[in-house]
Design a protein around this ligand. Structure first.
Ligand SMILES: [Zn+2]
Length: 283
């Protein structure tokens, strides 16, 4: 297929923002356009996504920095105001920024992941946020479609690591959806030994400083989404009264989210990744 027939995700984002801007009042429209323009100017459009690279581009990036990034996503309820793919959009967004600043190649996100699960009284299986305190009453939240048994997730990630090793990578950073992050971190030492790869994640040592995907659809994730994909966020879907807590949302109030806060959180996380890589002698 010709490149011209296959619009990049950046093209789609630009088109989406243009479409989203059409529904805004003039002041908001110009702010959205200005935000896009400044982001386009600040970040050179370096291709870092594995699936978009041609072989010579892949060889060059791999030789410069043999680091792979693996976004751990879901298709999961993230409140009425955020899209179902929010986990992958945020983890991939962070990793694209890391790859542009630090080098390396970003894998396509995984959209399946583990989570806590238990049968409800009616026999249906409840998963993750379906029975969080903020889901009243507990119920299957609309759109969640990601759960796999922990053992299957381990096998999937093992298979990806074996392929990354074979392709020539020497290090992998993975992060995203909370339970997937937990599984990744828990198995870091054993997998490092088994695959002969240097593996990085949000371990206990940096968890308190980490600022990316640290709540569920609350102020942190909503701010990150407002920074990365403002066209996909609709705060007007949240209850307008502060006395009504949004369903299936855990953390600080998402109605206090902002794109500026999201950008700040993302940059702090990129800096932590930079420090991890530097300490391991990869930069
Ligand atoms: Zn999330």
């Amino acid at each position: 297929m010709q490149a011209a027939d296959h619009p990049s995700r950046r093209d789609i984002l630009v088109a989406g923002l243009a479409g989203a801007s059409a529904g805004l009042v003039p002041g908001e429209q110009s702010m959205a356009a200005a935000g896009l323009a400044s982001r386009e100017n600040a970040v050179p459009a370096i291709k870092v996504r594995y699936d978009e690279l041609r072989p010579h581009e892949f060889r060059k990036r791999l030789a410069e920095r043999p680091i792979a990034y693996l976004p751990l996503g879901t298709l999961e309820w993230h409140g009425e105001h955020l899209p179902l793919g929010s986990d992958a959009i945020q983890s991939e967004g962070l990793m694209v920024e890391c790859a542009r600043q630090l080098g390396g190649i970003v894998m396509p996100p995984i959209h399946l992941g583990p989570d806590r699960a238990k049968p409800a009284d009616d026999g249906k299986m409840l998963v993750g946020m379906d029975y969080a305190g903020s889901t009243t009453p507990p119920r299957q939240l609309d759109g969640s479609c990601y759960w796999v048994p922990p053992g299957l997730h381990l096998l999937m990630v093992d298979a990806i690591l074996a392929q990354l090793k074979r392709a020539g990578f020497r290090a992998v950073f993975a992060d995203g959806h909370g339970p997937s992050r937990g599984s990744w971190v828990e198995n870091l030492p054993e997998r490092q030994a088994r695959f002969g790869l240097k593996l990085f994640g949000v371990t206990k040592e940096i968890a308190r400083q980490w600022k990316s995907q640290v709540d569920h659809a609350a102020r942190n994730e909503t701010s990150l989404m407002m920074h990365l994909r403002p066209d996909l966020v609709d705060l007007s879907q949240l209850p307008s009264s502060r006395s009504t807590w949004p369903q299936g949302v855990a953390g600080e109030d998402p109605r206090d989210a902002s794109a500026a806060h999201g950008k700040e959180c993302l940059q702090k996380s990129v800096e932590l990744v930079r420090q991890m890589f530097a300490a391991a002698g990869l930069l």
